[in-house]
Write a protein that binds this ligand. Structure first.
Ligand SMILES: [Fe+2]
Ligand SMILES: [Fe+2]
Length: 146
């Protein structure tokens, strides 16, 4: 699957889109590192990097939802949590069962699929909601997502 960000993933929110682009680029880097047969440490670092970025991104998205009383907050946050759980599972599998490139690449592909689906549905819905608030002049900006 393509791990590249494209216009079909655009939410219209500049900061969210920028973070998603970075997310896809980190996933791609991880796949490249794994396929190249980089040292286990390099791949582990790439996984940790991705995990941290995802955590930050989710936090930013959740904070702006709280600040703007987003009605879908609970289900959105729940989706984020399930996804984080999958990333941690991937990290643990990689660290305990060794560096099978095939498994890693497969896992990243499913992570990519998940993110694409989530962005197209839930993040686009969030961006739409924020746009309406902005038009009404009631958008409350937060530190991460301006
Ligand atoms: Fe999200
Ligand atoms: Fe997102």
């Amino acid at each position: 699957m393509e791990l590249k960000w494209d216009q079909s993933l655009a939410t219209g929110n500049k900061v969210i889109d920028k973070q998603h682009q970075e997310l896809f680029s980190r996933m791609e880097k991880l796949v490249v590192a794994a396929k190249r047969g980089e040292e286990k440490d390099v791949v582990s670092d790439a996984i940790a990097f991705l995990e941290n970025y995802v955590i930050e991104h989710f936090k930013d998205e959740e904070n702006i939802q709280i600040a703007n009383s987003y009605p879908e907050f609970d289900s959105h946050k729940h989706q984020h949590q399930e996804f984080l759980y999958d990333i941690m599972k991937l990290k643990n599998e990689f660290e305990t069962e060794g560096s099978s490139v095939t498994i890693l690449v497969k896992s990243i592909a499913s992570i990519g699929n998940w993110i694409s689906g989530h962005v197209k549905q839930s993040d686009k819905a969030l961006a739409g909601y924020l746009r309406v608030r902005a038009k009404k002049g009631t958008l409350r900006e937060t530190v991460g997502l301006k």
